[in-house]
Design a protein around this ligand. Structure first.
Ligand SMILES: *Cc1c(COP(=O)(O)O)cnc(C)c1O
Length: 362
């Protein structure tokens, strides 16, 4: 039996899933990948603190983790200076988005989201029984906050924001989000996905926790997958009003994060040097790549993240194929643009070679 050719399902599936695409992430080329610039991960390298914590816990795989991930919740709360009642943890922040929508989205209710944004969003909304209401970004890749606010209506359960936005890399400012929140009715859940917040070094970046006290309908999603270098461990957390967090915790499995991942995340939280190393490496490379793209007159959106979006339209696939020839995997969105993750060693050299070929072929 082959998993790749979908066969008719004998068991009825909820109709909402008909609109959900089957996930695929096929690489464009058969050339081996030497520079992974397609998944926004941190480059290789585990910190000594994480390695030691995981090795120690590995001695007791037969024992369950602490119920409810309470040890991780306590560590995150202490790190944030928050109350543990404001924190939920799970196997990645995407799981938390699923749980938030299951908790708050009425059947058939609208969930307003920017587009393009994270591809998983419409899938999460459909899975929860909601209806995705996609609001196009501005031409500079930023969320169109006025249009998002206008799209909120009677039947809206939630609004999603992503800053910096995946895949455009463009981030919102503190004042923009504050003004937006003043326009959102208090009964509509606002989810701010901050997966890439650590890479945003602008002076006016969102001080999102400040916004929580004035807006109990706001919830923040954060992850250990990007700046902490633990994508394979699957750990994320949500910060929000205890009412929202209590609802999510009702749905979460009793052990929402594996024991090895819990200790890895707790160790990573205290290891500022390792995180700063990852973030610093990305920022340095980002500056170089931005300069190089300008030199080659390649259009790029203003990124505050660990990736950059080139709005190349129909030519995106051409650059993707050339990058693949130079051993670089990238993420292309057909006819729209190409997203290149930053931080991997060797990326600047591979991209330089690819851009020179691209220029000669255009
Ligand atoms: C990578 C990413 C996440 C992180 O997801 P995890 O499940 O925590 O790995 C969340 N949101 C966006 C927009 C992302 O790109």
């Amino acid at each position: 039996m082959s998993w790749s050719s979908p066969s008719p399902n004998a068991v009825p599936v909820r109709p909402a899933l008909d609109a959900v695409p089957v996930y695929s992430s096929a690489l464009a080329s058969s050339t081996p990948v030497t520079v992974r610039a397609s998944s926004n991960e941190a480059p290789d390298g585990v910190s000594a603190a994480v390695r030691d914590a995981v090795s120690a816990r590995l001695e007791r795989p037969n024992r369950y983790p602490v119920l409810g991930g309470r040890d991780l919740i306590a560590a995150v709360a202490q790190w944030l200076g928050a109350d543990p009642a404001e924190i939920a943890v799970a196997d990645g922040s995407l799981s938390l988005l699923n749980y938030l929508l299951l908790a708050h989205c009425a059947p058939g209710a609208g969930v307003v989201l920017p587009w393009r944004s994270y591809e998983a969003y419409p899938i999460c909304v459909l899975t929860a029984g909601g209806v995705p209401v996609r609001v196009p970004n501005r031409t500079d890749g930023a969320h169109d906050l006025d249009a998002l606010a206008s799209a909120i209506g009677e039947g809206t359960s939630a609004v999603l924001l992503c800053s910096p936005n995946n895949p455009t890399g463009v981030a919102l400012t503190h004042d923009e989000i504050a003004a937006f929140l003043r326009h959102v009715p208090g009964h509509v859940l606002v989810v701010l996905d901050e997966a890439y917040r650590d890479f945003d070094d602008r002076a006016d970046r969102p001080r999102s926790r400040e916004l929580l006290s004035a807006h109990p309908n706001l919830v923040l999603l954060r992850t250990f997958s990007k700046a902490y270098g633990l994508a394979g461990m699957r750990v994320g957390y949500a910060v929000g009003h205890p009412g929202i967090i209590t609802a999510v915790r009702k749905i979460l499995p009793p052990f929402p994060v594996g024991a090895l991942s819990v200790v890895a995340a707790i160790a990573a939280l205290g290891d500022d040097a390792h995180r700063e190393g990852i973030v610093g490496g990305v920022r340095t490379q980002r500056d170089e790549v931005v300069r190089m793209l300008a030199d080659h007159r390649i259009p790029a959106f203003a990124t505050a993240s660990n990736f950059i979006w080139l709005p190349l339209g129909e030519r995106s696939g051409v650059l993707e194929a050339i990058c693949a020839e130079f051993g670089m995997s990238t993420r292309v969105f057909d006819g729209e643009g190409i997203r290149i993750s930053l931080g991997e060693p060797g990326l600047v050299e591979a991209l330089k070679a690819a851009l020179e070929r691209f220029a000669s072929e255009s």
